[in-house]
Design a protein around this ligand. Sequence first.
Ligand code: C5P
Length: 222
Amino acid sequence: MVIAIDGPAGAGKSTVTRRLAQRLGFAFLDTGAMYRAVTWAAIDRGVQFDDGDALLALAQAIDIRFDGESVFVDGVDASVQIRDPLVTRSIVHVADHAEIRSRLVGLQRQIASTGNFVCEGRDQGTIAFPDAFLKIFLTASPQFRAIRRADQMKAAGQYVDFDQVIADQKIRDQQDVNRPVGKLVRAADAVEVDTDNKSIDQVVAELVQLAESRIKTTGQGS
Ligand code: C5P
């Protein structure tokens, strides 16, 4: 069973996904980490971002695995490196590549077929899991999202220039909604949840309630 959570950067998806999965006894899948892993591997191995064939070959060759909190690329723990701002700025080359997306969506489906998952990303309810049991679209105002992003960066020990965070967010939003394939869009049957002025606990409680009431109505258990 899959619960798909989509939404823009900074809407609180990662924290909410992990907490929701924990509450329901599901595993979670951070699909952004896959795009980050390919991007990091390209930087690490000197693959040029304007060489689409080489990028695809890399994406097909590397082994990406998840182990609860950590992400492994060919057996190397790259959990910290994939969050580097250089990776974040370069992801567009990987995320806009249709064949790389199709390879990663295949991997997402393969992983999710092994159990009950809460999957988060941009295209989970639209492309990866159009038949998901429950689809959530998490939103928040640009200001709130930027504050969350800045807090995350501070917690990761990164230097924070708030104007830069806002500017980077605008660029990523444009890239996410204008992507040729797998763009960020709310699935017609997704429930939209606005996270402005709500604590993580409140959002998680709202989603647990949504999931539990759907489990009750459909008679499907975990
Ligand atoms: O979720 P996160 O911000 O870590 O995702 C990193 C990048 O990967 C995003 O900027 C987004 O453009 C891309 N992405 C994507 N499709 C997904 C998940 C993430 O294109 N399913």
